[in-house]
Design a binder for this molecule. Sequence first.
Ligand SMILES: [Mn+2]
Length: 484
Amino acid sequence: MRHVDVASLHREVCISALKKKIGQSPASRRAVTALNANQSEVASVAALRQECARRRRELMRMMGRDAIAIVPAADVCYRNNDVEYDYRQDSDFYFLTGFEEPEAVAVLIPGRASGEYVLFCRDRDPTREMWDGTRAGPEGAVERYGADDAFPIGDIDEILPGLLEPRSRVFYTMGLSADFDSQVISWVNGLRAQARKGLHSPQEFVALDHVLHDMRLTKSSVEIAWMRRAADIAVAAHQRALHRVAPGVMEYEVAADILHEFHSHRAQASYAPIVGGGENTCVLHYRANSAVLKDGDLILIDAGCEYEYYASDITRTFPVNGRYSPPQRALYEVVLEAQYAAIEQVRVGNHWNDPHEAAVRVITTGLVRLGLLSGKVPKLIKDGAYRRYFMHRTGHWLGMDVHDVGDYRVGDVWRALEPGMALTVEPGIYVPATDRQAPKEFRGMGIRIEDDVVVTRGEPKVLTQALVKTPDDIEKFMSTRPTN
Ligand SMILES: [Mn+2]
């Protein structure tokens, strides 16, 4: 994404070469498909630039003219010795900049005559670039990332105090990086120490994350298009898993297929895939993915990807052998009914907790019907008796972070749902193998069903709709497995 200028030039050449070839052979048709993907990438880069510019303007309007915002890039993290984890830009920083390099700081200075958006970044360095790949450098930051002005990161201590000095309020997120916190404080203290020379210094720190996270909560149509792509890729990965699963297959083999599908579409896991068979379905954040899948067991797969920094998050639970047993189906249908009821509540005019409350009603009723709970449903709900088997919430905000930012409550009340908000709907029932109160046929069975839903002015928009979900549809889909 960073090298689009050169790459698009190259593509122009490829397009004209390919136009001559179209239809001649299957190979050229494949190349055309790849080219279209590249063209959509170019459109995507342009869209991202526009989105970031719009977000900066919106944030600066809220900040006002006597404020400054300081936003650092994510640090590089080490996995072991000198081996780095894959670098992933900080969501807030990327939201405002679209800039993917580490060692960068974005500064927004509303109304500054000589430029409102200043980006500090790594300087060009032919030697380092030979080892690690190209860098934008300050010139690239201006040309390709829309900065009004850009400087080498090494000059920040000299330049930033001068930008801070005339401003009263500093929008900054404290507490993410102790090192950067102390750098910011040292710039402000440096100005205070020079008060007798007549230098002004900022009076007030404002929590930038709070403002930004409110902006991030409501998605634009461009953001929803990226989320839809992330959803489509994850749907394809789950479809592959449905075809891969069979008795004797290892959980990690299924996880590998899922990751292969993500990476093949220039996406990555938005969290480590959870692939658990049998009793492992009851481990909410199961990570081992190390067991063999057994005939007669259920398998629970919770896996989603990140595309253009937007996440998807899907869970399906299905029979390893392709056929739900009667108790599996009975329990599954309770969760499915709860999920439908919850999705139905994802509407403007409802609040954050309405889907959860709907799911709790259906699940409690179902647990009584199946003999897992006994008593009167309203009292069981009031006492939270369902938590024995349904111990998590029905969903979370979804966006650049899989558990996305944004307040769930405003003051004393649940947040009202508004068009463009995106959330998961994922009720579940988990009966531990050791639960002696539960009817035997349900023990060791965990079921969760999760889809990604966007609030609209009309019907809830389920981004992950294309993935089979009813027991009949799942069995039918699995019956076309190559292994059958
Ligand atoms: Mn989730």
